[in-house]
Ligand binder design. Structure first.
Ligand code: PHE
Length: 337
């Protein structure tokens, strides 16, 4: 019996088979249990001999099962380790990391350019009063130019700002009639437009304002020229065209020369050789006066530009909606821009 059992233990190929051997030889219904159970029926002098023998057999079988068990477990572990070895020569899978939005980066870049020219960054509220958005900028109620900026009104007196120009008025007020004021104000603005490739009901602007004694139109032109060359390349030219804004007099629009232009077919400037990129002008005396500055002592210039438009020109983006839909395939292209 013992040899038969030990033979089976030896042959067991896995833990399950070994378990079966254990049950069949050492289990409650196994031959050894049976022998031990039948002890009572044996003559008294045979009992110790048979009992000792049965115990011996049981122990030696149990011991060999135990040894085999350890061996099988070790083998199983080794096999697992062998199968699960890591191939360190495989190429890695890179983690995908987010990054700042193209517009965020562009706005920071523009901020840095102007900070380099002595400007400070100022901010103002997106929910604005009619007073700062229009009145203080020389756009009294009923002024026809208010229609240029169809607005989202919240109440009769409160609206989503339609441009960043109200920050001009707010910042000047804080200076209590004393210059210089030299700020740029980036931020979101809102207009009642139907969204399409070139319009969005929400977009961003960067406003610039410089108020001091003896600020001249040539200062404006110098600052904008520096900006355009730093932003688009040293080979760019600028030109100022007469325009109209109620809060500046005189008012201009600035174009930069169109680098992509190959004559009539140019899709960027339609063959004109110039692209409009911002509005600007000398701060209107009424605006200075309302914000507490004496227009006989102080004057200044202001400008306003749209980072979306600049990004579209700089990176060839053909639809303004790309900035807001947040398709990662679009966003990813500019992580290293
Ligand atoms: N606020 C004007 C606009 O939104 C831009 C502008 C700003 C023009 C400052 C002149 C001076 O169109």
């Amino acid at each position: 019996l013992r040899n038969e059992a030990l033979e089976k233990v030896k042959k067991a190929e896995n833990v399950k088979e070994l378990q079966d051997v254990r049950v069949s030889y050492l289990g409650k219904k196994g031959p050894i249990t049976e022998v031990l159970r039948g002890m009572g029926k044996l003559p008294a002098e045979e009992r110790p001999i048979i009992g000792q023998l049965a115990n011996e057999v049981r122990e030696s079988i149990a011991k060999s099962i135990e040894e085999k068990q350890t061996q099988l477990e070790k083998e199983a572990l080794e096999k697992q380790l062998r199968e699960e070895t890591i191939d360190v020569t495989l190429p890695g899978r890179p983690n995908t990391v987010g990054g700042p939005h193209l517009l965020t980066k562009l706005i920071q870049e523009i901020e840095d350019l102007f900070i380099g020219m002595g400007f400070e960054v100022a901010e103002g509220p997106e929910v604005e009063s009619d007073y700062y958005n229009f009145e203080a900028l020389n756009l009294p109620k009923g002024h026809p130019a208010r229609d240029m900026q169809d607005s989202f009104y919240i109440t009769e007196e409160i609206l989503m700002r339609t441009h960043t120009s109200p920050v001009q008025a707010r910042t000047m007020e804080k200076h209590e009639g004393k210059g210089p004021v030299k700020i740029i104000c980036p931020g979101k603005v809102y207009r009642r437009d139907t969204d399409d490739a070139t319009h969005s009901h929400q977009f961003t602007q960067i406003e610039g304002l410089y108020v001091d004694k003896n600020v001249r139109m040539s200062d404006l032109k110098g600052v904008l020229n520096t900006f355009a060359k730093k932003m688009f390349g040293e080979d760019r030219e600028i030109r100022l065209r007469p325009s109209f804004f109620p809060f500046t007099e005189p008012s201009v629009e600035m174009d930069i020369s169109c680098k992509m232009c190959h004559g009539e077919g140019c899709s960027v400037c339609k063959g004109t050789g110039w692209i409009e990129i911002l509005g600007a002008g000398m701060v209107h005396p009424n605006v200075l006066r309302m914000a507490g500055f004496d227009p006989d002592e102080y004057n200044g210039f202001a400008f306003g530009m749209g980072p979306e438009r600049i990004a579209m020109l700089k990176y060839g983006v053909d639809d303004i909606r790309h900035f807001y839909i947040n398709d990662v395939r679009f966003l990813k292209q500019f992580h290293h821009a």
